[in-house]
Design a protein around this ligand. Structure first.
Ligand code: PHE
Length: 460
């Protein structure tokens, strides 16, 4: 029962490659597109504060728990959970958590691919020189024009899905491992450069105030939930992406150390994105609460002004697309791994099945911003926003809650301790264990109750 399984899908060449791949999964549109606009919509630094608290108290322990499950199970999340539950003598229905993750992955990738398509479109616009001397009104017009144009959105969404499919079908190890190693650091430096540029603009002071002076009065159940959802979204937690990557992690590498790097780099990237974008927002007089167009409206203005702006714009939006692709792969991988395991089928067929399904749902998301804008699924939200809300703010935290409960309470502590190999770090292990058992689940439940208004009801 305690012998080690090996992965049927292959393993990363080293622990470092795992860190890069998982960071590639974590760092994506969530950091550069979603984080800044949520900060803007949810009142600035109070949101940032809650987000950081969620990363530390909920995200970090669950990251370790997910990687541990993955490496122990060595299969797709659905099968890993089933096998581990069987080994531990608990109900195999825990595999349902893996299924829920697959659903969340489909929903997220659907709108993610639409936004990935926007990134590709912007790379192309940069290439055409469209940003040169662009005013803030023109930049707003460019974005609104794109979103209103159904066929164009569908075209770029299709291109994004085709690229993603080709990579995942080929297997993660070739091409991607190498691409990630090379491109992620480049993206990081480019972002750093944009921050330095932001420091020279007149909006920098205002941006710092906005990001670092919390106005706690703006916090309500909705802001809390958005911060929690963003913590899960940005760390790729709660749907099996990190779990399946953990399944390919060589046995000798440390899970807590790797997790620390992933969480650290992801958080740093999000904060840098905020520091790059808000100075521009304030210097050109845009609204921080602009919504999903924020990064696509602000950055072209900068690229239109600075020396070598056209070239840097092309590079930036290509890298943004790459970041989206490395995240998109991990959104696809749990389902593809499962299909490949179950039907003994080829990876190509599994990837094609998922890609077609997701393309269809994604097409509905793309159209929901123009032709189908009247259709609402979640009260008051179009298809795009409904899928984002349900998947990111409900399914991911719920998945994380189950993972924490399973690892913390259902699996024997010895099993977990052996996988984490924590002999020399007894106190750190206990700290993590109780964070997983109590703190993370309590935080998720508190935020859920708070958001539904039940908390107010209970406390009278
Ligand atoms: N973490 C990715 C991002 O920030 C998105 C993602 C969510 C990837 C969930 C995998 C799973 O862009």
């Amino acid at each position: 029962m305690n012998e080690k399984r090996s992965s049927v899908h292959g393993e990363w060449s080293s622990g470092l490659i795992f860190i890069l791949a998982a960071t590639g999964s974590a760092v994506g549109l969530g950091n550069l597109w979603r984080f800044p606009y949520l900060v803007g919509e949810n009142g600035g630094s109070a949101f940032v504060l809650l987000y950081l608290a969620c990363i530390l108290l909920v995200g970090m322990p669950i990251m370790i728990a997910e990687v541990t499950l993955g490496r122990k199970g060595r299969r797709s999340p659905i099968n890993s959970l089933r096998l581990i539950a069987r080994d531990e003598g608990v109900s195999q229905q825990w595999a349902l958590v893996g299924w829920m993750g697959v659903v969340a992955g489909v929903l997220i990738l659907s709108f993610y691919s639409v936004v990935g398509g926007w990134s590709l479109f912007y790379g192309f616009e940069a290439l055409k020189g469209s940003f040169v001397g662009i005013s803030s009104d023109e930049a707003t017009g460019l974005f609104e024009g794109l979103v209103a144009d159904g066929p164009t959105v569908l075209l770029w969404h299709t291109l994004f899905m085709v690229i993603l499919f080709s990579i995942v079908a080929a297997g993660v190890k070739k091409g991607l491992q190498r691409a990630v190693t090379l491109l992620m650091p480049l993206l990081f430096f480019l972002l750093l450069g944009l921050v330095v540029y932001g420091m020279t603009t007149e909006g920098f002071g205002e941006a710092i105030t906005f990001l670092a002076t919390p106005d706690l009065s703006v916090i309500d159940g909705g802001v809390f939930l958005a911060a929690l959802g963003q913590a899960f979204f940005t760390l790729s937690l709660g749907m099996g992406a990190i779990m399946v990557y953990g399944a390919y992690l060589p046995q000798q590498n440390s899970i807590p150390v790797s997790s620390g790097w992933i969480v650290g780099m992801d958080t740093l990237t999000a904060l840098l994105a905020g520091l790059a974008i808000f100075p521009i927002v304030f210097s050109v007089g845009l609204e921080p609460g602009e919504g999903p167009g924020l990064v696509f409206v602000t950055l072209p203005i900068v690229f239109g002004e600075i020396p070598l702006g056209t070239l840097l714009g092309i590079v930036f939006f290509i890298l943004l697309s790459v970041a989206a692709i490395t995240s998109g792969m991990s959104l696809l991988e749990p389902a593809v791994a499962y299909l490949t395991e179950s039907f003994g089928g080829s990876r190509v067929k599994s990837a094609a099945t998922m890609a077609v399904l997701i393309w269809l749902v994604g097409a509905a998301c793309g159209l929901s911003l123009n032709a189908w804008s009247d259709i609402t699924l979640w009260p008051g939200k179009n298809i795009f926003d409904s899928l984002d809300h349900v998947a990111s703010n409900i399914l991911l935290p719920l998945g994380g809650l189950f993972v924490a409960f399973f690892v913390g309470w259902k699996i024997r502590t010895n099993t977990v301790a052996a996988e984490l190999d924590t002999h020399n770090h007894h106190y750190l292990f206990l700290l993590w264990l109780w964070a997983t058992r109590v703190i993370a689940p309590a935080a998720v439940i508190f935020i859920f109750l708070n958001a539904t208004g039940l908390l107010a009801l209970i406390s009278g």
